[in-house]
Each structure stands twice: as structure tokens, then as C-alpha cells.
Design a binder for this molecule. Structure first.
Ligand code: GTP
Ligand code: MG
Length: 182
């Protein structure tokens, strides 16, 4: 069940295991607020976390997790698209992408789906600690270049790591900035 208090929501989405729950914990500086797991498919429902009594971080189930049954995949897809398309409180969706991976079809399809429905979103590259520092910016740029082949306008992006808190301040500042103008 989603809260009905009308507060702004910032949601995190991406493939299973990309680090959504870990990022929420890093942002809130809580170790086990959102349950994380090395087994994909841990987050099974929509979880809301109230921050500063003002706005919500929303943990969504991962998409593109092949080990689920067909019925479950459909259930999660409906849950995700209902939330993304219908939730009025959703202010910005953060789409998480593992910085080590080349663009994957399932992510590109999801990003195109967001673009075609006019959903406001930003890209968050995760697990930057797994690449040498000198390679992260280039990896992000390469990814954004792929998007540029199809899109006229690029979304903002952030390079983050929940392990060493890289990008945490930037992401929080971005959210606070939007909050100020609501
Ligand atoms: P689902 O809920 O299953 O969709 O996964 P999720 O996207 O919420 O991923 P979760 O946060 O549970 O993290 C998955 C795995 O990646 C865990 O083993 C985390 O410890 C690891 N992980 C997440 N973020 C980072 C990071 O920034 N750096 C490193 N090195 N590992 C990370
Ligand atoms: Mg999760």
C-alpha cells in the first residue's frame, strides 16, 4: 500500500541486483532500512521510506530478473508500470544502471518507455567502486552517448557507489533542489 499523505516521492528502479536498496540505505545512512541481498529479486513490493518527515524514497522491485515465473514477471511489470505512470506523487524516478555494463536491451527499452510517457527521470550509475576511478567518467559518457543516438535531450546522470558513498551528496542535493521548487 502506498501512503496517502501526498508527500513527494523519489523512486529507485532498475534491474534486479543493480543496487537500489543499497543506494537507499546509503542515502539515508541506515544499514538495513531497505533489505539488500546478493540474490536478485529481493525487493518484492513497493517500499516507502520517509525522509526528514518531508518526502519519500521509494524502493521498487527490480525488472529484468529472468529467474521469476512468467506470472510473477507480469505481476511485477504491472506493479512497476502502474506506479510509474499513475502515481501523482512521483516527482522523479532514478533509473539505476550498473556502471560496469554496456547498455542492455531491457534498460534501453525501459528508458524509452519512460521517455515516451514523459515520466521525469535521471540516470544513476551504481557500483562505481568496482571500476578504477579513472574509468568511471568514461564509462558513464559512453553510456550517455548511446542514448544520444536516439534522443535529442539527455537526462541528468549521477555516478554513485553505495560502498564508498560516492555521489551521495550530489544526489541528495538534486532531490533537495527539486523539493525547494515544488
Ligand atoms: P533487488 O531488490 O533484488 O532488485 O536488488 P537491488 O537492486 O535492491 O540490489 P541490492 O541493493 O540488494 O544489492 C545487490 C548486491 O549488490 C548486494 O550484494 C550489494 O551488497 C551489492 N551492491 C550494491 N551496491 C553496491 C555498490 O555500490 N558497490 C558494491 N561493490 N556492491 C554493491
Ligand atoms: Mg532491492
Amino acid at each position: 500500500m502506498c501512503p496517502a499523505d501526498g508527500k513527494a516521492e523519489y523512486a529507485f528502479i532498475g534491474r534486479s541486483n543493480v543496487g537500489k536498496s543499497s543506494l537507499i540505505n546509503a542515502l539515508t545512512q541506515r544499514k538495513n532500512l531497505a533489505l539488500t541481498s546478493s540474490t536478485p529479486g529481493k525487493t518484492m513490493c513497493i517500499n516507502h521510506f520517509l525522509v526528514n518527515e518531508q518526502w519519500y524514497l521509494v524502493d521498487l522491485p527490480g525488472y529484468g530478473y529472468a529467474q521469476r515465473s512468467k506470472k510473477d514477471i507480469e505481476k511485477f511489470q504491472t506493479m512497476i508500470s502502474d506506479y510509474v505512470l499513475k502515481r501523482e506523487q512521483l516527482v522523479c524516478l532514478f533509473v539505476l544502471i550498473d556502471i560496469r555494463h554496456d547498455p542492455q536491451k531491457v534498460d534501453l527499452a525501459f528508458l524509452n518507455f519512460l521517455g515516451s510517457h514523459g515520466v521525469p527521470f535521471a540516470i544513476v550509475f551504481t557500483k562505481a567502486d568496482k571500476l578504477p576511478v579513472t574509468k568511471t567518467e568514461a564509462a558513464a559518457n559512453k553510456y550517455m552517448k548511446t542514448l544520444q543516438e536516439e534522443w535529442e535531450e539527455l537526462p541528468p546522470y549521477f555516478i554513485t557507489s553505495s560502498a564508498n558513498k560516492l555521489g551521495r551528496e550530489e544526489l541528495l542535493a538534486y532531490i533537495e533542489d527539486i523539493n525547494k521548487n515544488l
